[in-house]
Design a protein around this ligand. Structure first.
Ligand SMILES: NC(=O)c1ccc[n+]([C@@H]2O[C@H](COP(=O)([O-])OP(=O)(O)OC[C@H]3O[C@@H](n4cnc5c(N)ncnc54)[C@H](OP(=O)(O)O)[C@@H]3O)[C@@H](O)[C@H]2O)c1
Length: 348
């Protein structure tokens, strides 16, 4: 193992706390929110581990966070980036943390840690997952946030006794994971997209009904899909006027589970009487909270299941671009724009 330097390159946050805005996860330029600087390599203490980052992911949650509109406050001067993979190169004095030194791991940065858009990241030992050597670096860099959410949310659908569900932003990486997992769990799905180009992709992955919110016949197609498929859970990453329309068209007892806010729009809820007379419910899902509530055995089982799915080829991480830290500072906004073809990764 090569010696750990005193300093590293990192894309660090320019701002502190919350911004009070809710614009959604799009950026005009990364340099509005992060600066590429030379900063001290963080020192692990107690149960913390230091990870030499191999590959980092860029998720919508990272963009919400750097803009100050995520569920935890920004820390100015600290590296951004919640998810990636690498090798544990140092640990605090906790025995379980020390046992991880030398292991190739998937990382999710715990509150109080230092992000993965950097050459080294700091996190809690419980927030790293030792990797099967058969897992590729790209799959490892995107192993936790979306795969664990797909796993947890489809179990939520199953536990709710639903036979079918609707997912918005169907062509997102998370949507594609749920599309292939659903049939194996005996669940039918309806997916929404906003571009016709995404239809055949989702049908190819096994989604029975794809509805395009951008088409003039959206309302007719929605009514037909609800009648035919009778989905009782809406897994919603967008939370805009179309989500409200879908929820209103769903059968009695339907649950609207909001887990993302890709749209900045505040939807009107014209059918609130349905909460009373049709026993409908609106709720949220956050993986951070699910992980905190799950027993260690449930978490282990889920981590093993998601790794197995990538190794068997049932899931794969589509990668649109891989950028260095310097290229990300200049070109991340452009790499994220246009038709979504997969994840943008950063190789520090
Ligand atoms: N709550 C949690 O714990 C949790 C965990 C994981 C992920 N998430 C959320 O899950 C969502 C998907 O994440 P991901 O990593 O899979 O995303 P992703 O691969 O980056 O894909 C984003 C997709 O959203 C679509 N989209 C963007 N803005 C939209 C809008 N205003 N209306 C409709 N569609 C829009 C894009 O469609 P186009 O191709 O048409 O642009 C794209 O297909 C995000 O909201 C993320 O925050 C939440």
């Amino acid at each position: 193992m090569s010696p750990i330097p005193a300093h590293m390159k990192a894309l660090v946050l320019r701002h502190d706390g919350y911004s009070g805005i809710a614009e959604g996860p799009s950026i005009a330029s990364l340099s509005d929110w992060c600066a590429l600087l030379e900063v001290p390599v963080p020192q692990p203490k107690g149960r913390e581990v230091l990870v030499k980052v191999g590959l980092a992911n860029v998720n919508p949650s990272d963009l919400h966070y750097i803009k100050g509109e995520y569920g935890q406050p920004r820390r100015k001067g600290v590296a951004a980036g919640f998810e990636g993979m690498g090798e544990v190169v140092a640990a605090g004095d906790d025995e379980a943390a020390r046992a991880l030194v030398g292991q190739r791991v998937a990382v999710s940065v715990a509150r109080g840690g230092s992000g993965v858009w950097a050459q080294y990241a700091l996190t809690d030992a419980r927030a790293v997952v030792p990797l099967d050597p058969k897992l590729s670096d790209a799959d490892a860099a995107a192993l936790i946030v979306n795969p664990m959410t797909a796993h947890a949310m489809l179990h939520l659908v199953k536990d709710a006794g639903a036979k079918a569900f609707v997912m918005t932003a169907g062509a997102s990486q998370l949507g594609k994971l749920m599309a292939t997992l659903a049939p194996q769990m005996g669940l039918a799905s309806v997916a929404t997209v906003r571009r016709e180009e995404h239809r055949s992709l989702l049908e190819g992955l096994g989604v029975g009904t794809v509805v395009n919110t951008g088409r003039e016949d959206f309302e007719d197609m929605l009514v037909m899909a609800m009648r035919q498929v009778q989905p009782t859970v809406l897994l919603d990453a967008v939370a805009d006027r179309y989500s409200a329309e879908i929820f209103a068209a769903m059968p009695a007892g339907a649950r609207w589970v909001i887990y993302g806010k890709l749209s900045a729009e505040a939807p009107k809820l014209p059918s609130l009487g349905q909460m009373v007379f049709m026993k409908k419910q609106i709720e949220g899902f956050w993986l951070t909270e699910w992980m905190a509530r799950a027993t260690p055995a449930t978490r282990q089982e889920a981590f093993a299941a998601v790794q197995d799915r990538f190794i068997s080829g049932a899931w794969k991480t589509d990668v649109a671009a891989t950028l260095s830290l310097e290229e990300a500072e200049e070109g991340l906004a452009e790499a994220l724009s246009g038709l979504n073809r997969g994840k943008v990764l950063i190789r520090p």
